[in-house]
Design a protein around this ligand. Sequence first.
Ligand SMILES: Cc1cc2nc3c(=O)[nH]c(=O)nc-3n(C[C@H](O)[C@H](O)[C@H](O)COP(=O)(O)OP(=O)(O)OC[C@H]3O[C@@H](n4cnc5c(N)ncnc54)[C@H](O)[C@@H]3O)c2cc1C
Length: 362
Amino acid sequence: MINTCDVLVIGGGPAGATAARFLAKQNYKVLLVQKSFTFEKPCGGGVVLKAFDEFALDKTKISHHINTIKFVAPSHFGADITLGTEPLAIVDRREFDDYLRALAQKEGAEVIEGTFKSYDGQLAHIQSNETELRIQAKYIIAADGVNSAVRRAVTGGVPKRVLTLYAKVEQPLSGTCEFWFGKNIAPGYYAWSFVHHKGAHIGLACRDGLNAQKYFKDFCIKTGLNPVPKARGYYIPIWKDDLYRKDNILFVGDAAGQVSPFTYEGIYYAMRSALYAVEAIVDGDLNKYKDLWQKNLKKRFQAMELLQTLLLRWDWMIERVVRLLNNPKVHQAALRFWSGKSTPKSAMQIIRKVISLITQKT
Ligand SMILES: Cc1cc2nc3c(=O)[nH]c(=O)nc-3n(C[C@H](O)[C@H](O)[C@H](O)COP(=O)(O)OP(=O)(O)OC[C@H]3O[C@@H](n4cnc5c(N)ncnc54)[C@H](O)[C@@H]3O)c2cc1C
C-alpha cells in the first residue's frame, strides 16, 4: 500500500522534529519517521539559552544553567569565562529530542518509529516494525543526522566528518563545562567535559583520528578520571556548505553538515536550518532554503572556520588567547561574537583582529 503525505521528514532529532512541528502548525500533512524512540544522541547537550525563547521551548527541560565556562590552555592555565546574558543550557538529549517530537505531534504531525531504507525517485521505503511502508510525499526533509541514509541514497555520500570519542562519567570534572586545548590534548580541536545531572559527558575530537583513543585516555588521566571510561566513537560533520537540496529533498542539520566549525554546536543550528526549510516549503520556493541559510548563517560559519584554523593550530596561540580572555574587553568581544551579536567580519578583518589580539598586553 502507498501512503501519501505533503512532507515526509526522515529523522526526529532537533532538525527533523522542529521541521515537522512548524510544518504541521501550517496545516501540512506531515509524517515524521524516527529510527528509534529510545535513541540517545551522543552529545554534550549544550544549547544556547536563547534557543528556548526563539523556539518557545519549556525551560524545565534544562538540567543545568551554565553561567561560567572554563577554558584550559596547553600549559593547564585555566580561564573562567562568565557568560553574562548568554548562559548555556544543558539538556538530556533523550528527553529533549522526545520533547521536540511531542511538540511536532501536538501540532498534528504523525510521528512513527521506522527506518528510512531507500528512495526510488517517487517512493520512500520505510521499515516500521514488521511493515514496509511506501511513502509518496510532495517534499522530503532529510534530517537523519551525520550518517544520513537519505543523503547516501540520493548523492552516494555522507557529509565530511571528524571522529569524536565520547563517554558518560559519574564524576564531573567540575560543576560546569570545560574545554581543554593543546596538541597533547586534542590537536586541531579540543577535549570537553559538560556537567550533567548524573555526572558529566566528556569527549574529544582530534586531527589525529587514528590516535584518538590514546588522546582520550591521556585526557582522562590528566583530569583524574579513574578508571578511564570506555569511550564510544561518533562522527561530527565538518561544514562544507555543499548540500541543501536535491530535487524535492531538503537536507537539514547534521545531514547537511551544518555544525558550527570551532565550537561544534549543532543543536541550535539544526533547529534554525529546519525553520529555513519550512519557510521555503511554505513559500513554494525550495531554493529559498539555501538563500535563507546562507544569508543568516554562512558568514558566521566561515568566520568560525577561519578562527579554528588560526587559533587552534599552534599551542602558543591558544595559550595567548586563553590568557587574554581574562581581559574584560577581550572577554566581552568574544562573548558578543559567540552569541551572534557582533557581525562576523571578512577574512581579512578577522586576521587583523587576531594579530592585534595576540600582540596586545595581557
Ligand atoms: C559527541 C558529540 C557531542 C556533541 N555536543 C554538542 C553540544 O554540546 N551542543 C551542540 O549544539 N551540539 C553538539 N553536538 C552536535 C549535535 O549533537 C548535532 O549537531 C545535532 O544533534 C544535530 O541534530 P540533527 O537533528 O541534525 O541530527 P541528529 O540529532 O543526529 O538526529 C538525527 C535523527 O535521525 C534518526 N535517524 C538516523 N537514521 C535514520 C533513518 N535511516 N531513518 C529514520 N531515522 C533515522 C536518528 O535516530 C536521530 O534521532 C555533539 C555531537 C557529538 C557527536
